[in-house]
Structures are given as C-alpha cells and as structure tokens.
Design a protein around this ligand. Structure first.
Ligand code: NDP
Length: 337
C-alpha cells in the first residue's frame, strides 16, 4: 500500500519536498469494515489549507500522515452488510493512498450506469454542490442580472456560470489564458475574459455596462480588484474561495484597501457571505443531487475533467492547480478500474 504523506508544511507554493511516499502492507479488515482500493483521487484547492497548521475550519493533516481527499474506490472485500466486493464508492476517509479501510462512514455507493464514476468528485459531487448552494442561496441570481465568476473552467466556476445561464443571467466568465477563454465561449456564456490580459480591468468594465449584481468569489487577487468598483447597490458576493492567496506568505503590498472595501459594502449595501459547503448546507445535498443529475442528463450542464496518471504525480498536480495549470476538474488515476 503506497501512501503519499505530508512530510513538512509548505511556506508559499507546495513542493515535492513537502511530501513523502511511504510503502506498507495492505490493511486487514474486521467485522463491520470494507477494504477499499483507490481508482481516482480528487485534487482540490482546499488541500493547500490542510497542509498548513494555521487556524481554519478543519484540522490540518498531521506530519507523516497521508494527505486527505475525496476518492473513488472499488470494494476489494467486505465484512459490512451494506457493501459487496466490486461496488463503486465515493470515500472521504481514504485520501492519498492505494488502499483504505472504512466502517461505512463518509462512504457513498455509486451507480456506474448513471454517470462516469469520477464525476462524483466534480459536477455531481462536492464542487458542483458548492457552485449550486453558493450561487442560489447566497447569490440569489435573478433573470436579467449580471453574474461574474472567475476560475470559470474549473468544476466550481464552470458550474456557477452554467447555472447562471439557466437562471437567465447575463454571465461574464473569467479564466486564465486564451485556450480557457475559448472553452468559456463554448459553454455559452455572454462574455468570456482572460484575466491575464494587460487591460483586463477595462475589458471587465466594458463587459458589464449595467454593473455587477452577483460576483461569485472564487479567486480574490487582481480579479477582485477589477470587480469591486463595478458592484451594484444590493450586490451579492458569495465568498467561496480566494485561491489567488492560498500560497501567500505575507500581506500584499499597499496601499491598504480595507477601508475602500468596507465603505463599498456600506454604501452599496452589499451582502458578502462566506460559506463552507458541507458545514453550512450538508442537509440540502439531496436537493442538489437530484437537480444536478437532471441538468447534466438534459445536457444543460457540461463538464470537463483532466486526468493525470499515478499517485506519485499528485503533489505536482496540486502545485499546478494552485497556479492555474489545470484545465477542468483535476483528478489523479491512482489504480485500474
Ligand atoms: P479550479 O479547478 O477552478 O482550480 C483553481 C483555478 O483557480 C485555477 O485553474 C486557476 O484558473 C484559478 N486561479 C489560480 N490562481 C489565480 C489567480 N491568482 N487569479 C485568478 N484565478 C486564479 O478549482 P475548484 O473549482 O475546485 O475551486 C474553485 C474555488 O472554490 C477555490 O477557491 C476553492 O478553494 C473554492 N471552494 C470552496 C468551497 C467551500 O466550501 N467554500 C468548496 C470547494 C471549492 P485560471 O487559469 O482560469 O485562472
């Protein structure tokens, strides 16, 4: 059993030396347990937070322990009445390793006839749920309003953009680079922008002649700087993630814009609300799962996945994800079907 463990806590971007592969025996199971073999491992931005011991909403991974993460597994053997050999499952307790033991908690059976099993790590799972609740419950988009979202080729942002279209919004979607920008056009958004353009702020202003009613915040950084002056009175800002800052080691250079931010919130009477998806909305998962499965089946939500091969390549995949190298939902193929 190979385990990719946390060897040290990164300062700045995570590197190969922050991880160590350990090899041990395949674990044994007792009554009430199942032995799981990992087929796909999800790579997600929150993993950067788990590598750090700064105070957060979840416990950090301990040094020497396998990294945490969502996985798609096959049941190898079962002494649990609910699972049989060969079942496909989604697990949140195995993490970055070949094999894991589960007592059935945080374990969900998948039907491979319904959708490719890996989609349970993306549009049909946690990232899709994040897009759905953050946009609909906090963003409250209305037909005809302008919705702006960045990281819009990723699993959260692309789902936000497409739900925005379903709800009748004018959708301005943002991504890094021309290839990603073209992908956004193919998704049918109203305007697709590349945030690496030198005149990005001017392009965004031109794309939002009536201002911005909903800004779904995935990134922070220079994208937020361009968004802030365009927000309308009564704008809603679901704060989902701030990926531009996850590798920061210090506060950004001045001038200090905190008072500008706070006075904009005041004068524009904006709703700015953070959320942690399962903590805040866990009880609404069935509503999401039913609705999203229908939208995907009807072809109204499209989904892009990038698969990299081998558990040994997961650390570099995570580094790249934080720097925008991924194109679509990033998953690692750890083992054979
Ligand atoms: P993505 O696959 O979209 O990957 C991250 C993307 O962020 C990169 O591909 C890159 O896209 C973009 N990015 C990175 N740095 C910058 C930057 N400096 N400026 C602008 N864009 C940048 O990830 P997910 O869809 O999985 O997650 C999106 C966000 O949602 C993250 O912030 C994540 O932490 C958050 N999240 C929050 C949850 C919650 O419960 N609150 C749950 C799940 C996710 P590009 O090349 O297009 O710039």
């Amino acid at each position: 059993n190979r385990q990719m463990t946390l060897a040290s806590r990164p300062v700045g971007a995570p590197g190969a030396d922050n991880f160590a592969m350990k090899v041990g025996a395949v674990p044994e199971i007792i009554d009430g347990e199942v032995l799981l073999r990992t087929v796909y491992l999800s790579l997600d931005p929150y993993m950067r937070g788990r590598m750090s011991d700064a105070e957060s909403y979840a416990e950090p991974v301990a040094i020497g322990e396998p990294m945490v993460g969502g996985t798609i597994n096959r049941v190898v053997s079962s002494k649990h009445p609910g699972y049989s050999e060969g079942d496909w499952v989604l697990s949140y307790t195995v993490g970055w390793q070949d094999y894991g033991v589960s007592d059935g908690s945080m374990l969900f059976k998948l039907d491979p006839e319904m959708a490719p099993v890996s989609h349970a790590l993306g549009v049909l799972g946690m990232p899709g749920f994040t897009a759905y609740m953050g946009l609909l419950d906090i963003g409250k988009p209305k037909s005809g309003e302008t919705l702006v979202v960045a990281a819009a080729t990723g699993p959260v942002g692309s789902t936000v953009a497409q739900i925005g279209k379903i709800k009748g919004c004018r959708v301005v979607a943002i991504a890094g680079g021309e290839e990603k920008r073209r992908r956004l056009e193919a998704l049918g958004v109203d305007v697709a922008l590349d945030h690496s353009a030198g005149d990005f702020a001017e392009q965004l202003a031109a794309a939002c002649p009536d201002g911005i009613d909903v800004y779904y915040e995935n990134v922070g950084g220079h994208v937020f700087d361009a968004v802030l002056p365009l927000l309308n009175t009564g704008a809603r800002v679901p704060v989902c993630g701030l990926i531009a800052h996850y590798n920061d080691t210090a506060l950004p250079d001045g001038p200090d814009r905190l008072s500008l931010l706070m006075s904009t919130i005041l004068v524009k009477r904006m709703t700015v609300r953070g959320f942690i998806i399962f903590d805040d909305y866990g009880d609404r998962y069935p509503e999401f799962a039913g609705q999203m499965a229908r939208w995907v089946a009807e072809g109204r939500i499209d989904y892009l996945e990038q698969v990299i091969d081998g558990l040994e390549n997961a650390p570099d995949g995570l580094r790249g994800l934080l720097e925008g190298e991924n194109f679509g939902k990033l998953v690692v193929r750890v083992g054979e079907d």
